[in-house]
Design a protein around this ligand. Structure first.
Ligand code: FMN
Length: 186
């Protein structure tokens, strides 16, 4: 049985370069249950019981998405808003998520240099996603170091090469394989 749930949030998957190759590379691994959440949700309304039931089953939750305005896509925010409820997700000592790992896998349009303290955006990717780290902490989850693929934009405007994307996809597989051994929550 798979022990890793990957929830992909991508509002324009047909136009995707990066998330598509990442998703296609890991989605059929035996330890993975993969969902493109956008295709399973209408009008930004979730079946909360179903989402919670799924999250309860898996010790490792991977949330994959493109960075949009230094943040998550809107549907992903709605998912947190609706599913991570008081008494179920928090406080940590009552959380059904306690001990699980929350792993973000993100792609950015900007290059890695922009996400340096001396770069154009001034904040690193982990600083940018502190609110998610805090969410994990509130829910008693372990927040893993973010797996980021930078510079995912068209090659004509300086985006990373297909070869680099394939390399990153292989690193994603390694990350998933590392988690495939986590059977139980701590
Ligand atoms: C509305 C919107 C906002 C975006 N905001 C950011 C941003 O804040 N930082 C960034 O690095 N890239 C930003 N991007 C670029 C996306 O992150 C990039 O296109 C995506 O990661 C590429 O992945 P994909 O090929 O799977 O679509 C934005 C793109 C869109 C459409």
């Amino acid at each position: 049985m798979s022990n890793i749930l990957i929830n992909l949030f991508h509002p324009n998957y047909t136009g995707s370069r990066g998330n598509k190759i990442l998703a296609e590379t890991v989605q059929n691994l035996p330890s993975v249950t993969f969902r493109h959440v956008d295709t399973q949700c209408s009008n930004f309304t979730f079946d909360v019981a179903r989402e919670q039931e799924l999250l309860e089953k898996y010790p490792v939750i991977i949330v994959q998405h493109p960075v949009m305005w230094y943040n998550m896509p809107p549907l992903m925010k709605a998912w947190y808003d609706q599913v991570f409820q008081y008494g179920w997700a928090y406080p940590a000592d009552k959380s059904k998520l306690a001990g699980k790992t929350l792993q973000l896998v993100v792609t950015t349009g900007a290059s890695e240099d922009a996400y340096k303290t001396t770069g154009a955006y001034a904040y690193t990717i982990s600083e940018t996603f502190r609110p998610q780290q805090q969410t994990a902490s509130l829910c008693g989850m372990q927040f893993a170091p973010i797996f980021a693929v930078y510079g995912v934009r068209p090659i004509e405007i300086g985006g990373v090469s297909d070869k680099e994307l394939e390399k990153q996809a292989k690193l994603y597989v390694k990350l998933v394989q590392k988690y495939s051994k986590k059977k139980k929550c701590l």
